[in-house]
Design a protein around this ligand. Structure first.
Ligand code: SAM
Length: 236
């Protein structure tokens, strides 16, 4: 059994996932901290056109992604991590909304499979079937209340939110404790306080004196007040 978290993405646009080779995620993959596979759904089709969609039962506009290629693709990637539970993430604007809390929870999953929909989405029987299948867990996830053209960008967002939390991925892990949605005040999570760096004055705007004082107690107090005020005044 692999000790690192494995991520498999199924899509009709594998090139859309090329940012996974860059920055933190690319480095984590190169360092062997995670494993990533990107798979073309059309590889699971038999006809010359590589068809992955069909007209919706009941009529209506648009096309629906067919269950058969999806089932084959998911079964094939499950074999890449045979000893662990597979968590199938079906991207859909109708799903559970991504939050920092959900990202933290998903770090516990050893094998995440991302199903990137296109057109009107994926035949619902994919979610229904794998929710009952042995060794699988299904979660429908949305990255917000708007509609994208496909699940690829949503997958990049979710993977980045998860992977940066995994051990060894960020150089100084304590920076994860003091950021938006992780700063806890009583029962609520706050957004981060404002940050400044050199120079002390930029275009007439000065760094607050407290941050130059060297008084760590006062700095912590000021930052907490700022975080509370920014959280309270954040546009809804
Ligand atoms: N007909 C679907 C509906 O009304 O809910 C929208 C389909 S959308 C055009 C095509 C695909 O993009 C979806 O199947 C999903 O994979 C992805 N998608 C769109 N918006 C998303 C969002 N907010 N979060 C996650 N995935 C999204």
């Amino acid at each position: 059994m692999s000790k690192v978290n494995r991520f498999d993405v199924i899509t009709i646009f594998p090139e859309y996932l090329s940012p996974l080779n860059l920055s933190l995620i690319g480095k984590a993959k190169d360092a062997g901290l995670i494993e990533i596979g990107v798979h073309d759904l059309r590889a699971q089709t038999n006809d010359v056109h590589g068809s992955v969609d069909d007209t919706p039962y009941g009529g209506g506009a648009g096309m629906v992604m067919s269950a058969e290629p999806w089932g084959k693709a998911i079964d094939a990637v499950a074999e890449l991590a045979p000893d662990v539970e597979h968590e199938l993430i079906v991207l859909t604007p109708a799903g559970q909304k991504l939050t920092q809390e959900l990202a933290v929870e998903l770090t516990k999953s050893k094998h995440l499979i991302f199903a990137c929909g296109r057109y009107e989405g994926i035949d619902i029987r994919i979610s229904d079937y794998y929710a009952r299948a042995n060794g699988f867990k299904v979660r429908e996830v949305s990255i917000g209340d708007y509609v994208l053209g496909g699940g690829e960008v949503a997958t990049l967002v979710i993977m980045e939110a998860i992977i940066r939390l995994l051990p060894g991925v960020i150089g100084n892990p304590s920076s994860l404790d003091e950021e938006s949605h992780s700063i806890i005040d009583g029962d609520s999570a706050l957004v981060e306080y404002p940050n400044y760096t050199k120079p002390k004055v930029w275009r007439g705007l000065e760094v607050p004196d407290v941050l130059l004082s060297g008084n760590h107690g006062e700095i912590a107090k000021w930052r907490l007040e700022q975080a509370k005020s920014r959280t309270k005044n954040r546009p809804k």
